[in-house]
Design a protein around this ligand. Sequence first.
Ligand SMILES: Nc1ncnc2c1ncn2[C@@H]1O[C@H](COP(=O)(O)OP(=O)(O)OP(=O)(O)O)[C@@H](O)[C@H]1O
Length: 340
Amino acid sequence: MIELEGLTKRYGDKLAVDHLTFQVRPGMITGFLGPNGAGKSTTMRMMLDLDNPTAGSVRIDGKHYRDLQEPLKYIGALLDAKNMHGGRSAYHNLLCLAQSNRIPASRVAEVLDTVGLTAVAKKKSKGFSLGMGQRLGIAYALLGDPEILMFDEPVNGLDPEGIHWIRNLMKSLAAQGRTVFVSSHLMSEMALTADHLIVIGQGKLLADTSMAGFIRENSRSYVRVRTPQPEQFKDAVGAAGLSVSLREDGSFEIEGADMAEPVGELAAQHRVTLHELSPQQASLEEAFMQMTAQAVEYHAHNLNDPGAAAAAGQADPPLAQNAPPAPGQQGQGPQWGKGD
Ligand SMILES: Nc1ncnc2c1ncn2[C@@H]1O[C@H](COP(=O)(O)OP(=O)(O)OP(=O)(O)O)[C@@H](O)[C@H]1O
């Protein structure tokens, strides 16, 4: 268990972490999400006592990190996989760490096997690919057989096989009852991995929720309809009291994935031809971007719409925030209800 209480970090004028209070519980994967610059790495560094908080505290199984005897046996972390001695072999890198932390040398071979690096154990780590480096960084984290594991952006730059491997590893660690805390700025990746979510933006806590709850709250389901008789269709659904919206591409949307059957029946009753009737699910990525939209630190230039930033109330109009509309409003045109 990791417990944060009012954790705060200020760099000069910059409030990088702003009074964060949350718990990371055992037996599950907790995803730590936020846009670039949200304060994820700073928070993780403070958890490991690599940075001093300006205020607040972090407790690892009830203790401050610096009070843990043999901390690698409590908490293992992958922060920066490049941060190791490139001139040493993978085996010797791990052996040095084991010896300086009173971890038996036999553990080195075990973790090399777990991360799939046994065959290259004697190779110098500076020759490792990005994926091999990530695996070695994970071997570091696992070396003390800790109950708590922390991974900062573990899938960055990995190929699909590497991503799949890390995902399964984290799941098996959580299934063993360990606490797994993993940061990312990709909602799509978290949706496949995490059981619980902590979302931050500009250092502040935006959400502390189960993944199932996040999906329930934020994933919009609807039915998409295409028809060569849009006026008749609009009249038919309007008369039935259903709310329908027209998209720019000429298709219609009706809220609720379970509406496909009633809408199909309605169209048949009114002899309206349909070219498409398909249940759809809006992506969690869109919901996450919407949640963190106001907290994005660096905005891309939106070349298509230079006035958008001004409309959004930003100080500098050319720096438009290219955020999607709110879930439930994606690309919608006019709405019709009963009697329209
Ligand atoms: N040593 C430092 N000195 C000054 N400012 C810093 C320092 N470290 C981080 N910051 C600032 O604190 C904020 C949070 O940075 P941090 O790296 O923790 O964010 P992050 O969520 O990990 O971002 P990313 O996803 O891009 O890695 C940023 O505005 C960053 O510029």
